[in-house]
Design a protein around this ligand. Structure first.
Ligand code: AKG
Ligand code: MN
Length: 199
């Protein structure tokens, strides 16, 4: 057993039916700024297409999907092919793995240009997806909201620049999450959600 398990001091943000741990800022401000700029410039950002209520919608936020090569992954009726890990993504993946004590084989990245862009209520509960998702945030602080599917109980947390959030156990089964839109935020944010695809 690892006596210095870095999860020991963490409290569960959820009252029941899942586990969400917020690690706070794990990078120094200058490191976080460097990662933001590197990711902004090197990731192959694309507007996402999704079939929502039978209509093709192009999202304003940009996304990118990286992972072990040859992964393809279907969600919202679109099939995506994973791009090969970049140097920075591999470093960040390793940091996320060390901090959370889990391993990941893919990463969905989001780029929100400002508060007018967000992601609506959903859970990452696709069959091919493992239950553990680690989320790194760079740039503008955004609110991360969670809502229980049955009780509608709500929990939210501010995701700071250079911070790490972990969702695991039954979280995706019982809880929805979103990044609410807000007019108050004018600066961009990049999030990296490390996941495990089980084929
Ligand atoms: O940007 C975030 O922190 C969350 C994004 C998200 O929920 C997702 O990509 O599934
Ligand atoms: Mn999600």
């Amino acid at each position: 057993m690892d006596l210095f398990n870095q999860q020991d001091h963490l409290t569960n943000l959820l009252p029941a039916d899942g586990t969400v741990n917020y690690y706070g800022k794990i990078f120094k401000p200058e490191e976080a700024v460097n990662y933001f700029e590197k990711l902004w410039n090197t990731i192959e950002w694309k507007n996402d297409e999704a079939l929502i209520f039978g209509k093709w919608v192009i999202t304003k936020r940009k996304v990118a999907w990286y992972g072990e090569t040859d992964f393809s992954y279907t969600y919202s009726n679109t099939t995506k092919q994973a791009l090969a890990w970049t140097k920075e993504l591999l470093v960040l993946k390793q940091i996320a793995e060390e901090k959370t004590g889990a391993t990941y084989n893919s990463c969905l990245l989001n780029l929100y240009h400002d508060g007018e862009e967000g992601v609506s209520w959903h859970s990452d509960d696709e069959k091919a997806l493992g239950p553990t998702i680690a989320c790194l945030s760079f740039g503008a602080e955004r609110k991360f909201s969670m809502k229980h599917k049955q009780t509608k109980q709500a929990v939210s947390i501010l995701l700071e620049n250079g911070s790490l959030l972990l969702m695991k156990d039954d979280t995706q089964l019982h809880w929805l999450h979103c990044i609410p839109k807000t007019k108050k935020i004018t600066r961009p944010r990049i999030s990296l959600t490390f996941r495990t695809i089980v084929l």
